[in-house]
Design a binder for this molecule. Structure first.
Ligand SMILES: Nc1ncnc2c1ncn2[C@@H]1O[C@H](COP(=O)(O)OP(=O)(O)O)[C@@H](O)[C@H]1O
Ligand SMILES: [Mg+2]
Length: 424
């Protein structure tokens, strides 16, 4: 059937789009489709065979808008929702408004409708729906709309960049970064890429029990030549939804970088993966400062002692000055309760540092030691450990998710999904 459709004289419409965007792959996004008719579900499922969709994780479900609302009351939303509706045009906007209430701010929406109605089309686009496709449509039309949205020349990068830096060497910035990355991949079922910027001593490879021959250094050395295909080759897959760009960890050369040397690799990463975690070493160089100034979120990981307090305060002041209009740095206190160690109480610490305290993690030598020695995440060695919930909560916050606690709290910073924001 696909063969017939493609060669039909009447199927002109997607030809130019296909040519214009032919070379571009859609990034590693998750798509969930809610269909009312089985033919529509088949159409969407067939679209996954298009080569532009090769990195996409797509699932189809029954139930149209109502099905989606039910699902997202208790589940995280993907990067893109495709929704078929058989509602009358005058009922569609209100139904989508109810869907918006249970969706995350970054989720995009494509509506598949049965009514060819320009007024409806305009209203939906105005309210932030990314595209309205009239059924029956070809799989090509659907893939082209997704490509246009996520891979077009001017498309906003899909990846959110989250940098972790320790206030003092050994405070646990890397451990928190890796476990938060893992937690995001498990809770949101979205692809996470972890970059080990500690080229000489990094532990991403060790902590995920991976020893790939290539990684981040190869991408940096390639200078301008690095592209998405190359980056893909250099990544190693550590788990379902977790990829790594590891550090070479060799000392036969030094790693002296200029201010903007990491910029291109980070931007490329953002184009291919929805969540990009940067494990930043505890050093202060021009490129560390520049990277911290440009990422979406910065998390300072500190132990509750005086040296950490001083450094965290310096970091916090500097980061706020570097990025006055961006989100403020967040604080995670790690290794609370080391036996016999005098400690600064976490709330006092956070007040002095003038940072929002996002998480508190107890010291647990046995469990973290086992995880580190086995090259496993905390959740793998200790599934019921309460710290897993702290990692998850940090992950939900930095990816802008509305966890139930936040949605119901008075200080909720609930953002409308993009497909309703313009109207608000
Ligand atoms: N909450 C914790 N309890 C016990 N040990 C921890 C904890 N967090 C991290 N560690 C251990 O501390 C050491 C340093 O952690 P790491 O994340 O490499 O720090 P950094 O990146 O700041 O240098 C590692 O051996 C790690 O397993
Ligand atoms: Mg580290």
């Amino acid at each position: 059937m696909a063969f017939l459709t493609r060669n039909e004289p009447g199927s002109q419409s997607d030809e130019p789009a296909e040519v214009a965007t032919g070379a571009r792959l859609i990034p590693r996004i998750t798509i969930q489709a809610f269909c009312e008719h089985s033919q529509t579900a088949q159409l969407v499922e067939a679209a996954i065979h298009d080569r532009r969709m090769s990195k996409v994780a797509l699932t189809t479900h029954n139930g149209g808008i109502e099905g989606a609302i039910e699902t997202y009351k208790s589940n995280p939303t993907p990067n893109l929702i495709l929704i078929e509706t058989t509602l009358q045009p005058d009922q569609i906007p209100a139904a989508l408004a109810r869907l918006a209430e249970v969706c995350d701010a970054s989720t995009r929406l494509i509506v598949l409708g049965h009514v060819n109605d320009v007024v409806l089309y305009r209203e939906l686009i105005r309210s932030g729906v990314s595209e309205y496709i009239v059924l029956p449509a070809t799989g090509q039309a659907i893939v082209s709309a997704i490509t246009e949205l996520f891979a077009a020349e001017g498309a906003a990068p899909i990846g959110r960049t989250i940098g972790f830096i320790s206030a003092k060497g050994g405070s646990g910035g890397s451990t928190v970064a890796h476990n938060v990355g893992w937690a995001i991949s498990q809770s949101l079922r979205q692809d996470v890429l972890i970059l080990d910027l500690d080229l000489a001593f990094g532990t991403v490879g060790l902590n995920f029990n991976q020893d790939p021959p290539h990684g981040l250094a190869d991408a940096l050395m390639a200078n301008q030549k690095v592209d998405q295909v190359m980056l893909d080759r250099l990544m190693s897959k550590a788990a379902n939804h977790v990829s790594l760009l590891t550090a070479p960890v060799v000392l036969d050369r030094t790693f002296d970088f200029a201010e903007r040397d990491f910029e291109q690799v980070i931007e490329l990463s953002q184009k291919t993966t929805p969540v990009v975690i940067l494990d930043i070493p505890h050093t202060w160089t021009s490129w560390v400062r520049h990277t911290i100034a440009t990422v979406d979120e910065v998390i300072i990981v500190a132990e509750p002692d005086l040296a950490n307090l001083r450094n965290a305060k310096n970091l916090s002041d500097t980061i706020k000055a570097l990025r006055p209009t961006e989100s403020e740095p967040l604080l995670v206190i790690n290794k609370i309760g080391v036996p016999r160690r005098p400690e600064i109480p976490p709330m006092e610490f956070a007040t002095s540092v003038e940072c929002r305290l996002l998480g508190q993690i107890p010291f647990d030598a046995a469990t973290f030691g086992t995880a580190a020695n086995n090259g496993q995440m905390l959740a793998e060695v200790s599934a019921n450990n309460r710290t897993n919930e702290v990692y998850r909560m940090i992950g939900m916050h930095v990816t802008g998710r509305n966890t139930p606690e936040r949605a119901t709290s008075k200080a909720s910073s609930f953002k409308l999904p993009s497909f309703l924001r313009k109207r608000a």
